[in-house]
Design a protein around this ligand. Structure first.
Ligand code: OAD
Length: 312
């Protein structure tokens, strides 16, 4: 994507902010690090730099769906460290809320799974959670859904949360069979028999186990929520008049492709500690994102502080 030559400085960024009416804000883990939540790829502090003990060939496997299916314990051993906790938010989340209050926020596409945008009062209809979130969880076996809170206790303990609906069915089935267990006979037919009759056959009997509750975050190998592509291509692509990318290394497709998908005449601003080399932005504002958005707001004459006060 060739740069638009008319935009360079921080004052250009301020002018764009003031003039734009339909801003796409694309965010990543960097907007939550000031709250003590690690990002993924920062050297020494990112989550992926701290996973050596898991013995994975690539730390990203912790979010790989096939690894999860094989051994969910790996994911749940680190899930407590990335679980959303208190109702707090950073000045950068406050900035997104400020854009919403000013009627300028088209959509916040967030890769974050911490739900912190909602804490700052960004409305659900303004957010696309590209990589899902911890807000709900689904049983891998029977697809029973629960709200995230229902399994947070287990996750915090480092346990693998199990499906209560599966457990109920298993309990009812075992009651129904009244002590009888089903097993396959040598001719392939099923028959009912008392376990105690022949304990040497015990190995043939498969004990039913409840499914694991998987938080509805998008793992590598899973599709992004439909809303991502639908809204971006069919709604926002034509409407957007400014793109602000904040706190993401843009290493993960398809979100990394968003800047390239948008029309060339739409200016794009990048705010992060680390520059990206694979995409050209019109204005790079490198540094701590909370500091950058505070300065942008100050220069625009906007009161960012006001929006840090919780609603509830
Ligand atoms: P990364 O860790 O890859 O990138 C975070 C970026 O934010 C880096 O460029 C940091 O330099 C920058 N950063 C960190 N703290 C900052 C701060 N206070 N101010 C400014 N910049 C800061 O995280 P993401 O790009 O969000 O996916 O990662 C994308 C996806 O990869 C995640 O959604 C996750 C991960 O694997 C899944 O788990 C499916």
């Amino acid at each position: 994507r060739p740069k638009l030559p008319q935009y360079n400085s921080i004052d250009d960024a301020v002018r764009l902010l003031r003039e734009s009416r339909n801003i796409i804000v694309l965010t990543g883990a960097g907007i939550s690090t000031s709250l003590g939540i690690p990002d993924f790829r920062s050297k020494d502090t990112g989550l992926y730099s701290k996973l050596e003990h898991l013995g994975l060939s690539d730390p990203q496997e912790v979010f790989d769906i096939s690894v999860f299916r094989e051994d969910p314990k790996i994911f749940f051993s680190i899930a407590k460290d990335i679980l959303p906790t208190e109702k707090k938010w950073s000045p950068t989340h406050g900035f997104i809320r400020l854009l919403q209050d000013k009627g300028k926020l088209l959509t916040n596409y967030t890769q974050n799974i911490d739900n912190i945008e909602a804490n700052a009062g960004v409305l659900p209809e303004k957010i696309v959670q590209c990589h899902g979130s911890f807000a709900t969880a689904t049983c891998v076996k029977c697809k029973f859904k629960v709200t995230g809170d229902e399994i947070f206790g287990e996750i915090k303990e480092g346990n693998v949360p199990e499906c209560t609906a599966c457990k109920k069915v298993i309990a009812e089935d075992s009651l129904k069979s009244q002590g009888l267990k089903r097993k396959r006979s040598s001719n392939g037919q099923q028959k009912d028999r008392k376990v105690s009759d022949d304990s040497s056959d015990e190995d043939d009997y498969e004990i039913p186990t409840p499914g694991v509750m998987k938080p509805d975050i998008t793992f590598f190998g899973e599709d992004l929520p439909d809303e991502f592509g639908e809204r971006l291509i069919h709604q926002d692509r034509e409407k957007a008049d400014l793109v602000i990318v904040i706190g993401t290394s843009l290493k993960v497709a398809p979100v990394a492709e968003v800047p390239g998908i948008l029309p060339r005449n739409v200016p794009q601003i990048y705010i992060s500690r680390t520059p990206v080399s694979h995409t050209d932005f019109d204005i790079d504002l490198l540094g701590d994102c909370d500091v950058v958005v505070s300065e942008l707001s100050r220069r625009a004459g906007w009161d960012l502080k006001h929006h840090m006060i919780p609603d509830d």
